[in-house]
Design a protein around this ligand. Sequence first.
Ligand SMILES: [Fe+2]
Length: 267
Amino acid sequence: MLTRLELREPATGEVLLVSDTDGDSLWSRVIAHAVRLTGIDTVVHLGDSRGGSARLARERWADLGRRVGDAGGTIYWLAGNHCHPLSDLVPDGKDHELRKAPWKSTYLLPRTSTWTWHGRRWLAVQGAVSLDWPTREARGFSAEAEITSEEEATQIIESGVQADVLISHDAPWQPATAGTISARTNNRMGFSRTLLEASRVHSERLSRIYRAVGEPKVVAHGHMHLGGIERRDGTTVVSVGAKFGGVSIVRVDLSSLAMEAVPWSPE
Ligand SMILES: [Fe+2]
């Protein structure tokens, strides 16, 4: 179900994008520092906190959420494939609701959702195929919980929504940055062919969504751990890097959709 949300307008007309923070406490402090430094009060997390267990997921999620909250920010979290069971950690929720965490200023976005900021329509699509799936399956994770299903894609496409910004955890097959295309071709990590094929199917599903919603001006995703901002025809593709990466905190002007990497240092 595509959920239509009413989200508070970011006060400065800008947001920060982060992704794949993996529960690193020092990196949480860097992000909170960026919130203080820029005065931007809204952070969108494109997924992956390295849950592991429910207890660890809660601790890692809370650490970043609390730090951003203490810095005066609100964080909206789109689930990746290494976020579960975050959805079990927020009370009284269903997948189609915006769900507030039990600490301040942290929200879990629904699996698929849309809202408007400063006149621009955003579409958020969760999940990715875990290429390290065999180790996760042994720990009891659900593959279905970690991807956007064919049914959910159809619901988005048939909704008729037209988006200016598409955010997702997984990278669409196209358009994609040169780094993403190269990583898919080289398979330096030696992932299994079966999982790579499942990943391709999921990425192509996102490409279909991209085309159906009007080829948004901005596509932003995480998951690849390869920071980069590149133009592809009429679309700016933003691959938000992982913790301590080169393009790992990205500042977006909500009216012009101009964006730039925020430089950071451990202090
Ligand atoms: Fe991921």
